[in-house]
Design a protein around this ligand. Structure first.
Ligand code: ZN
Length: 250
């Protein structure tokens, strides 16, 4: 074995033993450094006001979305790295973040369940596009949903994860369609493939405009299921700045 080959083997072995540099800031020898972890595990707040599509024009109530981080800076870098490069040690960090958010959101969810006189919450991951699923190397929303359900059960709220949503495939060609038709096309991108049988909590990695969550909520509603809210890892900050309605719960 040549020296170069030996170095190659040692390099590959060290990748297995020692985590690579921090996915957020690049600090050496740790999957996520303490400073970046603090950013990911920020205060758990309601952040739906940052997603323009989730704020009804008529001033009615919007779907509550709980998260502990803004999708910017080191958090954005860490989530992108987690999705694209599938670092197993980052799975733990991301699952822990949503589990913590679920514990903080649990009292509000329990109240909402009581109001509906329901005794079980179904935790549903937002389905990814096929291409995103193929490219994705990490655990993804289904694993986040399992972590959320486990945290809620640990808190004392009966919950179980279920994959009842799928994305429609074979969307018609968008070219030649007007703006309105394109929007309508996007709006019905989610379909219900299983009966939730209980009120739903949606789980996704990142919330941007809220269009995907809204589409999922509407699809569930057409199938007769109520959506109580959503938990996401991080929320893209509104252009105006940080959340206008903190509604902090921790
Ligand atoms: Zn870092």
């Amino acid at each position: 074995m040549g020296l170069g080959q030996l170095k190659g083997y040692l390099g590959a072995a060290s990748e297995l033993v020692w985590p690579r540099d921090c996915a957020g800031c690049g600090a050496p020898h740790q999957a996520l450094c303490p400073e970046c972890r603090l950013e990911l595990l920020g205060p758990v707040t309601r952040r739906e006001q940052d997603a323009p599509r989730l704020v009804p024009a008529d001033g009615g109530p919007s779907l509550p979305v709980w998260s502990s981080a803004a999708y910017s800076g080191v958090v954005r870098a860490a989530i992108v790295d987690w999705k694209r490069r599938g670092r197993a040690e980052l799975d733990r960090e991301m699952l822990r973040a949503v589990a913590r958010t679920a514990e903080r959101a649990a009292p509000g969810l329990a109240e909402a369940l009581d109001r509906l006189q329901a005794s079980m919450l179904v935790v549903v991951p937002i389905p990814s596009r096929l291409l995103a699923r193929i490219r994705r190397a990490s655990a993804g929303p289904p694993a986040l949903a399992v972590a959320v359900a486990e945290a809620l059960v640990g808190w004392g709220l009966p919950a179980r994860p279920r994959r009842v949503l799928a994305r429609r495939t074979g969307r018609p060609d968008q070219s030649g369609l007007g703006l309105h038709q394109r929007a309508a096309n996007r709006e019905h991108a989610t379909r219900v493939v299983g009966r939730p049988g209980a009120p739903v909590l949606l789980v996704d990695d990142v919330l941007t405009t809220g269009a995907t969550l809204l589409d999922a909520e509407r699809a569930l509603s057409r199938a007769g299921a109520a959506t109580l809210g959503a938990i996401v890892l991080a929320v893209t900050p509104a252009p105006a700045g940080p959340s206008r309605s903190p509604g902090q719960v921790s």
